[in-house]
Each structure stands twice: as C-alpha cells, then as structure tokens.
Design a protein around this ligand. Sequence first.
Ligand code: ADP
Ligand code: ADP
Ligand code: ZN
Ligand code: ZN
Length: 749
Amino acid sequence: MRKIIITGARQNNLKNVSLKIPKNKITVFTGVSGSGKSSLVFETIGAEAQRQINETQNSFVRNRLNHLGIADVDKIEHLNVPVIINQKRLGGNVRSTVGTATDVSASLRLLFSRMGEPFVGYSNVFSFNNPQGMCAVCEGLGYTNTIDIQTLFDKSKSLNEGAILFPTFQPGGYRWLRYANSGYFDNDKKLKDFSEEEWELLLHAEEHKPKNPAKNWGKTMQYIGVLPRIEKDLLKKDSKENKLRKKNLQKIIVSSLCPSCQGKRLNEKVLSCKIKGKDIADCSALSIDELLSFVQSLSAKKYETILYELRNKLENIITIGLQYLTLDRATITLSGGESQRIKMVKHLGNSLEDLLYIFDEPSIGLHPKDLDNISLIIREIKEKGNTVLIVEHDPDLIKIGDYIVDMGPLSGSKGGEVVYEGSFAGLKKSKHKTGTYFSLKRTHKLKSRIANHFIEIKNANLFNLKNISVAIPKNIFTVVTGVAGSGKSTLISKVLPMQIPDVKIIDQSAIIASSRGNLLTNLGISDDIRNLFAKANNVSNRLFSRNSDGACPNCKGLGFEKIDLAFMEEVQTPCEVCDGSGFNPEVLKYKYQDKNIAEVLNLTVEGAQRFFKQHSFLKHFDSLTALGLDYLTLGQRLDSFSGGERQRLKLTKELNNINSIIVLDEPSTGLHPSDTEKLMSILNKLVDKGNTLIVIEHNLDIIAQADWIIDIGPGAGKFGGELLFKGSVPELLENTVSVTGEYLRKHLG
Ligand code: ADP
Ligand code: ADP
Ligand code: ZN
Ligand code: ZN
C-alpha cells in the first residue's frame, strides 16, 4: 500500500478530516495560522505513529504511556516509523556541542585513536566527557568559575558595617558570626586597613580551630576563609544553596578560561597526541569547511574507511549551510533554525529507509539562497525511500511538494478542513488563501520613506563582523538581510544594544513567566475575568484561580501529572481528577453567562470577543486579532506557544510606542503569506507613529516593502560579516553583488 490513510481526524479544530497521503513523496501542509496544520500533522499523525511505537514497548512502559492523550481520530492505516524534526532547541547541556550532536566528534576521536602520535588510548579517552580524557582542573568544561573579590567585598566598610556583600555574611547572618566571633579581626576596622595577614585570613584560610575565639564559639566549630567557604557551600552544583542563591552567585562569579587547558577541555596527555601538528581540540576549533580541507589533506590507505566517513559527515554539514560552525560550539548558543539543521545532518548520514520524516517550518532563519540547499536535502531524504511531511509557509519550499494539502479555510473554528489537495500547479487555481497568494502578481515598494537622521554603529567586530560601520536610518522601516550566519543578529541584536541601550528587541525567546503563565495572565486580565465570575456568583474571586483556592486538589492546579520514566523523556498525562482543567471540580459549577471558568479559558480570542461583548479588556483581544492571533485560546499556556506566536504576543504590547527603536527578528516566522500582509500593515502603522523599525528578515514579500535595506554577507561565518549593500529596494534590484537582490528579482518575476 503506497498511502497513509487517515480517517475521521477531530483533534482540536479538525472537522472529521479524512485524507490519503502518498508514500515516498514530499507532502507540504499549508494554510493560515491556526487552520489546523499542526493539529493534523503533529498531534494526529505524528502522535499516533509515536503511540504505535510505544505499543511495542514492554508492559511496564506501555501501561504508563497509555495515559497519554490519544489523538482524536477514528483510524490511521499504513503508518511508518516517525522521525520528527522540529525547532525545539538542542539540549541545554553545556556539554552538548555541534560535534557531539552530529556525531562528527565520535569519528574524529576514532581518527585520533588510530592516526594520532603518540598513541594515548582508545577513542573514548579523547572525549572531554570522559574522566580519563577531561582536564582535571575544569572537569572538561573549558572554563572555571572564580569569585570576583571586587564585587564580593566593599573594602570601604568594616565587618560590622557589612563589608561582605552576600546573604548570610551580612551583619547578624549566621556565616557573619563566624568571622565576627573568630577573634581574628577588629570588627570596626575597614577592610582597606586590614594587614596582609588579616586579609589572607579573611579570604583564604583553610579550615582550622581559631586560637582566641569569642566565648560563644562552639567547641566543635571550625574557622574557614570566605572564598573556600563559598566554594564549599555554594559553588557545588548539587548543593541546596546553589539553586537558592543563583542570582546572588551570578553577581560575584566570573567565568574565565581554564588556566590549565586554556579552554581545550582535555588533559595534557590527550592533547599531546597530534595529527600533522594539530591536537583534537585544535581540530574542533576549526570551522567545518577548514576541518574538511584538513581531513582531505590526510591520506592513509589503512584508515580510509574512517576518513571517508568523516569527510562524508562534514560534507553533509556543509550542504546544509553550516560550514561556518565549529565542532566545539555549544549547541545552546545555536539559533532555532541552526538547531533544526543540525538535527537533519544526523539523518542524512543514516541508511534507514521507509521512515516518516516530519518537518516543522524548515525555512526558519534561512535566506532564499540557503533554501536551495535545504530543498536538495529534503529531496535526498525522500530519494532514500522515505516519506516526508512538511508544515511550511515559505513559497519556495511549498513548491518542492509533490503533493500539497491546504488547510482552512480560516483559523480556529472557521478552519480545520482540507480545502485543497493535489499538485502545486493545481493549488494556484484554488480560490482559498494559499492558492490566491500564488496567483497574485508580486510588487515592491516604489516610493520609500526618506531618512533624515541615522543611528551610527561604529567599528562592529563581534564574532564574525569585520569591523564594520553601519548607519541605520531613523523613523523609517529598515530590513536587514543576508544568508544565515552572515552576522545579521550579531550586528542588530547584539552590537546595536551595546551602543544604544534603549533599543527594544522583540525576539522569539521564551517569555519569562512561571510554568503556570497563560495568555490571560500575560495580558494582565485574569483578574478582570475572575471578578466577573465572583460577582455573578457572589463568591470570592480566589475560587477562580488555579494558583489559589480553585486549584484541583490532585494536581495542584497544573492540569497534568508528570511521569518519570527513568530511561525515557519525562511524560505528562492529563490529571484524572480535573480532566486537565486544573480546577477543583467544585468550582466548575459556578457559571458566568452559560460557561464555567474552564470553558471560558478554552475560548479562542475570537470566541471571547463574541462572548464578552463590552468590557475594557477587550482592547487586548483586538491587538491579538490584528496580529492574526485570534485563534489562540485564553488559557493556553505560554510554554506551548511557538516562537512566532511568542514574538507576535510581545509585539502586541509595543503597538502604542511612539518614539522607540524597535528590532524584530524574523517576524514572518509561522505566518501564512496572507498573514504577512496583516503584519506589514501593523509595522507600517508603527513607523507612521514615529518609531524606528529594524527587522531582520528573509521573507521576500517583506523585503520588497522595506524603505531601506542593509545586506550583510557575502557568506556565512568568516565568509560574511561585511556590509554588502545599503539603499532602497529599487536600488537593490539594480545591484549585481548582493544575492538578496538576485533572489528578489526572481521573486518579483
Ligand atoms: P496551525 O498549525 O495551522 O497553525 P493548529 O493546529 O496549531 O494550527 O491549531 C488549530 C486550532 O486548534 C486553533 O484554533 C488552536 O487554537 C487550536 N488548538 C491548538 N492546540 C490546542 C490545544 N492544545 N488545546 C486546544 N486547542 C488547541
Ligand atoms: P545571522 O543572524 O546572519 O544568521 P549570526 O549573527 O547569528 O548570523 O552569526 C554570525 C556569526 O557569528 C556566525 O559565524 C555564528 O556562528 C557566530 N556566532 C553567533 N553567536 C555566537 C556565539 N554565541 N559564540 C560564537 N560565535 C557566535
Ligand atoms: Zn581545563
Ligand atoms: Zn487536576
């Protein structure tokens, strides 16, 4: 059977969707935000495939996984084993690097264990995660944390005046007593007047019994200097206080290059092993393309298999456009798009067939030029005999679909249907939003706003920037372009705020909130809604809070329980007492109009606008609607928002700015082309109010509407970092140096 057959899918807003997806083809799912793409692809197909795999687990695991939410679908036939490649950032572990995540480090270690001189051991000793290989001083981290004496002590004060600037060391604190009662110091003497000996005692003294302590000094009590005390009690990760005092610790700690290994993370013995004069850390610090040249320069018949595999892996990384990264780069510093591509590399290397690959918006963070490479890779994955599903908005990636499934017609309750399925050629004839977009003629801005004043960035040289000076026009709409890794974010999101501190950066990063934060709390209107319920029922408003009197007694208001499956990722299952609402079932008998609080939290923004009619808090919902977020539900947890949704939510709060410098990093993320138009009209309004708008973007429709373009390039990493072009869109279209200009010409046809 060459098709995956889905019958009766009703997850979230899906309207009993039935669908056949061709195998060994690329199927692209399109449609406006909230139309149901993720509900179908991830929450139905992906989830069901995962569940069926779980069925093959032993009964212990199976019993626990059975509580997992099961997709609301009648049946799915002929599923394959799924591989889901999303933008979830790669592990937050400092020990995870580009090398470990792609497995290249494993091949490199193998190479060193065979070809390296002198021979020091098997490949595992070349790992900084291995006790035999790691630098003993920094335990393989490459840096050490030391206490910054300048910020820990105020030398103009005495102990009695609180010279030690850390909780518990302050006058009266239990640690302070150890110093004040030690008998060593005049507690009224300012630290700057301490003798060298006193200073040494205060700072560094090893554990010992003091000679003449105060009377109340306990018999078994020891004295120890402030620095070793903090190291012992607070710096160790597993100490209880470490977490508790994280903020205070951050203030007094400076990380510096490990003095022993100079950041190479490995011990001397391992670093003495070299190939052509380079140790393994030197190799890991080369950019991927430099490393490939190095590996190509090695020739040894005996080791050809290892060399071949290594070259192959490196070439794959270059194909996906990440040649500028180094193996030792920590994965936590990669962007979402880079993380996604790193995940793809692993799969390019394997020879498994008949898998179901599911990609979530692989175009994110990519210049149209980078997209050509990604398209090649996705095709290659298909050619190997796999089935590929992609959720995507980018016109150029939609085109690579052998089969297109368009969801709609609109979002939320007005979506959830398949409005078109078939070839790309046929899509253009569809009268729905996606089809209409492709049949329209694209235009660019003819009359740009003119800038009279500029913000000057001088001599920027962070990361790959080549000492560039860039003038950014004030009060108009500037788009910063360039291939991925060329230095756009470094210039705009890192250097600019260092030179002009009051820049407002609206990015896709997590919204800092408790795990219980949801849309309403973020908008600051939970209380308004609780008060409506309290008034209507004549009870306390605290009853309508999951963090207070209304919490379900079983899950304490979370709505789910966590299950720890030692050897797998932690899973969450809906709470059986409250059915996932998080509310004490008693609370749900109170209604406002005809709905209880859980039902109100389940309303979409659009539904809430109809339900509440006249209330002052409705203005917040209007901003959400303007940015195409009216399909979100009121109680939706912030940690379930996608990057693009988070960014738009942050943007709704900035719409009343009048004289600010606002930076947006790829605001088109997750937007259907028809939503991009809405976004553009909001951005234009912001500029008309006098704001300076700087947007990092790859989306050609947005680039075409800019007043001013700043193009960074030409390549990525060390091949980028230069200012390639600055000027208006018509000027860019004339420019022959910038690839952005080239792709824009093609796009406008
Ligand atoms: P798309 O992927 O096309 O942007 P989604 O599948 O994410 O759309 O969402 C479709 C609809 O389902 C939206 O109205 C959305 O608010 C709703 N929805 C998504 N996730 C949930 C959820 N966990 N609970 C309730 N409704 C949800
Ligand atoms: P863009 O925004 O154009 O995609 P970036 O500004 O993110 O590019 O990256 C430019 C260069 O700086 C790349 O070579 C990237 O690997 C490097 N870089 C970015 N962040 C860091 C970091 N935290 N540490 C080291 N290098 C970095
Ligand atoms: Zn070290
Ligand atoms: Zn509960």
